[in-house]
Structures are given as C-alpha cells and as structure tokens.
Design a protein around this ligand. Structure first.
Ligand code: IPM
Ligand code: MG
Length: 358
C-alpha cells in the first residue's frame, strides 16, 4: 500500500524526533512492502515566526489530503506570552483537533519491564504492573466552551469558561472506550464528577445506558478526585479509563509520570474518518532542542499506533513495539531514562538501533 503522511514537525525537539520516526516508518515500508509519501506542514511556534500565526490558513485542508498526521511537538517559552490566540501555539493544537474531528484521544501508559525501576511508586505497587489506556474526550467540554471576560460593578473583572457536553458527544467517546476495553482486559473506569457537575451527571447516564450494550465489559464510575488518588495508590487496577477533556488532560499527565518515562509515551487522536493524528505526549523540550539528546521512542511508538489505529496493520505496529522493547532490554538508554552512572546515547543512535532490530 501507498500512504500519504502529513508531518507537523513543530518546535523544539519536534523535528529531531519526527526525523527518527520517519526513518522507522521507511524501514517498516521496506520490510512489509509499503511506501510512504510525506508532506511537511507548518504549525505551532515555527508558524508564528514564519507567517504570523500558529495555525496557518489551509492547515486542516492540507492534513485532510493525507491518510494520517504525525506531529512532533509544538510550543515553547518563546511564544508563551501572547494574549492574541493566533499567536499561541496551543490554539493550533485545539484547532486541528476540532477541524479534523479528532474527538477520541488514546493515551496508553504502560510500565515497560526493562524500565520498571523508573516507576516512582513503591516497589510492591510497581510489581503489580501498570498497563492502562486513557481515552480522553478531545473536542468538547470546557476547553471548547464559550469564554468570557467582563467587568463587574464591585468585584473587579470576572472571567468564565463554559463546560458543555451533549449526549451525542458522550456516546461516541463512550462507545470508543467500550470497544477498546473489549480488545483489552474488559474493564472500563468512567471518570466524572457527578457529585457536583451537571455535565458529569449526563455523562454517567449515557455511559450507564451504553454499558447495557457491552455486558462483557465491567464498567465502574470513579469520581475524578478519587481517580487521581487511585492512580498513585494502585494503578494496576485500571485497564481503560474514559473521561471528559479536562479531566483526561490532567489524569493523563499523572498516568505518564507513574510510568517514569514520559519520553516513551505515544498518543493517538482519532475521529470517525481519516486522518488520525499521532504524537508523543511529551512537549517540545526547548532546553535540549538541536542537541541530539531527545528520546525519539514516544514518537516512534506513535507511528506504531498509527499503523494500528489508522491503517489497521497490527503486525507492523507490533514489529515497532518489539523493536523498541528489544533495544531497551539490551540496556540502551537516552539521557531522560538513563540512571546515574549509565551512559546515555543520543536521538540518532537510538533511532538507528531500533531500525536495526527491524
Ligand atoms: C495536551 C496539552 C494540550 C491540551 C495543551 C497544550 C492545549 O496539554 O495535549 O495534553 O490541553 O490538550
Ligand atoms: Mg496536557
């Protein structure tokens, strides 16, 4: 097959890690008989510098001509201060998710056996293993609700962000989560704040209705504050977690931390039609950009997710994941995951070792 891939290399370490991921994709192409054609798309801080806005006109249209999008990282302190939305890198991220209809964000957090001692939790907790998938609603809720700022007569300025969810939005993300749980350990935790929020009460109602269609999946409700606690107390209890946009944003950072290796974690953002968007969950790390220090594994594993979820090529996905595990099992480490005293290898060398396994 021939696939068209949009590359949004972005800022900071983005170009370096995408560079290695592309070489891995090409190696997979040779091994399995696929070809890939790449289109570079400018987005993020680099786009602000080049054309004055983080999300240049035509970005989504250009992505839509492709089968999938691979994104490195966007943003950095250089562009962090503008109040003009066009000049904020985050605007580009939120806009592309909305414009491509990417309502489901899959963020796996797994403790890889070779890195079990990087887990900051107690050894007896880590020994139980961590292998969970956060399914975050990505195009609704408070991040996309009406924003307002207005003066009050006696309390200074006031600001408000509206959080809204429709049954349709909840149902489509819920369905994704149940389907995924079916392919895994058949356990779903639906995280909400139904003791306080009306959106959460609707969320819970819809999830309970769906649960009847998936009797083979054990579904439980967990309040978000409790979920945050359970993630550090006993993360082994979770298989799939489904939750709304902001809760998922927060919990997925927490989940990545407990695996001890944020540089290893990929993500997929998908909707009902192509293209899906794949990106490492780490940021642009401007402090180490251009120094051959970044860990390319999260981006390489994002390519594995692309094969699995966009192209339905699980053999190719597995080959990449196995290659990464083989390199880690052999003891190779980039600086972010090296223990004191261990020698770290660079971005290019890590990419090369993974390709050699293929
Ligand atoms: C993420 C990020 C973004 C989000 C920001 C940068 C807009 O934190 O992908 O988790 O909140 O979705
Ligand atoms: Mg986040």
């Amino acid at each position: 097959m021939n696939y068209k891939i949009a590359l949004i290399k972005g800022d900071g370490i983005g170009p370096e890690v995408v560079g290695e991921a592309v070489k891995v994709m090409d190696a997979i192409g040779v091994k399995f008989g696929h070809t890939f054609a790449y289109t570079d798309i400018l987005m993020g801080g680099c786009a602000i510098d080049a054309v004055g806005k983080s999300y240049p006109d035509g970005t989504a249209e250009a992505c839509k001509t492709c089968d999938a999008v691979l994104l490195g990282a966007v943003g950095g302190p250089k562009w962090g201060h503008s109040t003009n939305p066009d000049q904020r890198p985050e605007t580009a991220l939120l806009s592309i998710r909305k414009d491509l209809g990417l309502y489901a964000n899959l963020r796996p957090a797994a403790l890889r056996p070779a890195l079990a001692d990087a887990c900051p939790l107690k050894k007896e907790t880590a020994d139980k293993g961590i292998d969970l998938m956060i399914v975050r609603e990505l195009t609704g809720g408070v991040y996309f609700g009406k924003k307002d700022r207005y003066p009050t007569p006696d309390r200074g300025e006031e600001a408000s962000d509206l959080m809204a969810y429709s049954e349709q939005e909840i149902e489509r993300i819920g369905r994704r989560a149940f389907e995924l749980a079916r392919l895994r350990r058949k356990k779903l935790a639906s995280v909400d704040k139904a003791n306080v929020l009306e959106t959460s009460r609707l969320w819970r109602q819809v999830i309970h209705r769906l649960a009847q269609e998936y009797p083979d999946v054990a579904c439980e409700d967990v309040l978000v504050d409790n979920a945050a606690m359970q993630l550090v107390r006993d993360p082994g209890q979770f298989d799939v977690i489904v939750t709304e946009n902001m809760f998922g944003d927060i919990l997925s950072d927490e989940a990545s931390m407990i695996t001890g290796s944020i540089g290893l974690l990929p993500s997929a953002s998908i909707g009902d039609r192509a293209p899906g968007l794949y990106e490492p969950i780490h940021g642009s790390a401007p402090d180490i950009a251009g120094q051959d220090k970044a860990n390319p594994i999260a981006t390489i594993l994002s390519v594995a997710m692309m094969f699995r979820y966009s192209f339905h090529l699980s053999g190719e996905a597995q080959a990449i994941e196995d290659a990464v595990d083989a390199v880690l099992n052999a003891g190779w480490r980039t600086a972010d995951i090296a223990k004191p005293g261990e020698t770290a290898i660079g971005t290019l060398k890590m990419g090369e070792l993974i390709r050699a396994q293929l």
